[in-house]
Design a binder for this molecule. Structure first.
Ligand SMILES: [Zn+2]
Length: 353
């Protein structure tokens, strides 16, 4: 049997690209200069991705400012003081806050796909931000003249447009980054917040056909930034039953860094729905050591023991640099880890016959 394997999206940006991003922001280089640096990084990334043996790749999110904020870049109706996300090592990330309506994205991911398409013949995958993350932009105190219901309707429309733009530009798979799922269990142990998130994401998924939803996935993880996480202390079993209520056909689930994998894999097998394929993490992007082919093979065989049938694949636990400025891991290490996933997964498939 062949076992499908897909990455999550991002790889660390080369230093010349990060420098160009900073210089462009400060008005020190032109748009053309910035675009040239971006194009160079995308070409280099795609060449390296192809060399890993992957059959489906991404652009490594080289030109995305971050996995969460790309649709906000350049918007003028945002303030600085939004929701703060604390990580286990003490550092934080803060979202901006919407100050007026209407809410419209400044960028749609189809543009990234179109750019990547020029440089590879391989199948392409594109990650988009979840509506449930973007809904955190709306302030608790409300906005005069722009009620929350109107914002939510606008948000659903923008998320649908974002996903459609990726498909239209040639992405075969679109992955919705839902890293706030496990965090929601921590912020609200009653699960009320998590269920609101699931409902909102389903309102977007409802706009697609069954065959389109089969190619739309949900990525979940405890957050990965500067080798730290925001919600690994929440037991996975708190998240999984509600997670699989989302009407997506694919799920990309962090697992390599979990301590008790057999217990969690059994919960996944029990809770997933018949139309859902689960891609299980066999690579830990917060670990600087490159997994050996044999480690990946053995992790994949363990997954196969617990997830019966053919509705499973392998993935990385998270992107290697979801926030654009995270360079904790060297690019070469990230690509070596991707190659280990591809080769190790194939070794497991060979063994399973
Ligand atoms: Zn992640």
């Amino acid at each position: 049997m062949a076992i499908p394997t897909e990455g999550c999206g991002s790889v660390p940006r080369p230093s010349y690209l990060l420098e160009a991003m900073g210089a462009f922001k400060d008005g020190k280089i032109s748009k053309a200069g910035f675009d040239a640096a971006t194009e160079k990084a995308i070409i280099e990334t795609i060449t390296e991705m192809e060399a890993t043996g992957s059959s489906i790749i991404t652009d490594g999110e080289q030109s995305k400012p971050s996995f969460a904020t790309y649709p906000l870049d350049g918007l003028t109706n945002l303030g600085p003081d939004g929701v703060v996300i604390p990580f286990a090592d003490g550092h934080t990330r803060q979202l901006p806050c919407l100050t007026s309506g209407p809410f419209r994205y400044s960028a749609y991911t189809g543009a990234y796909v179109a750019q990547a398409r020029k440089h590879t013949k391989l199948r392409l995958k594109q990650a988009v931000i979840s509506p449930s993350a973007m809904c955190l932009l709306y302030p608790e105190s409300g906005i005069d003249g722009y009620p929350r219901e109107t914002f939510i309707a606008d948000l659903i429309g923008e998320c649908v447009k974002d996903i459609r733009s990726a498909f239209d530009a040639g992405a075969e798979i679109v992955q919705i980054d839902f890293t706030e799922g496990r965090l929601a269990c921590k912020l609200d142990p009653s699960k009320g917040l998590l269920r609101q998130f699931v409902e909102l994401n389903n309102a977007v998924l409802d706009q697609f056909s069954d065959s389109e939803r089969a190619n739309i996935g949900i990525h979940t993880c405890p957050g990965g930034d500067h080798n730290s996480t925001h919600s690994a202390d929440v037991d996975y079993s708190e998240l999984l039953p509600d997670l699989f209520q989302m009407k997506a056909g694919r799920f990309y689930l962090q697992m390599a860094s979990e301590i008790d994998k057999p217990r969690i894999l059994d919960i996944i097998q029990r809770e997933r729905q018949p139309f859902q394929t689960t891609f299980i993490g066999v690579i830990d992007p917060c670990d600087m050591n490159v997994e050996t082919f044999d480690i990946v093979r053995d992790r994949t065989l363990e997954i196969a023991e617990h997830l019966k049938g053919e509705r499973f694949g392998t993935t990385d636990d998270c992107g290697f640099s979801p926030f654009g400025d995270d360079i904790a891991m060297a690019r070469a290490t990230a690509f070596a880890k991707i190659k280990a996933r591809v080769v190790g997964t194939a070794l497991a498939a060979e063994k399973l016959g």
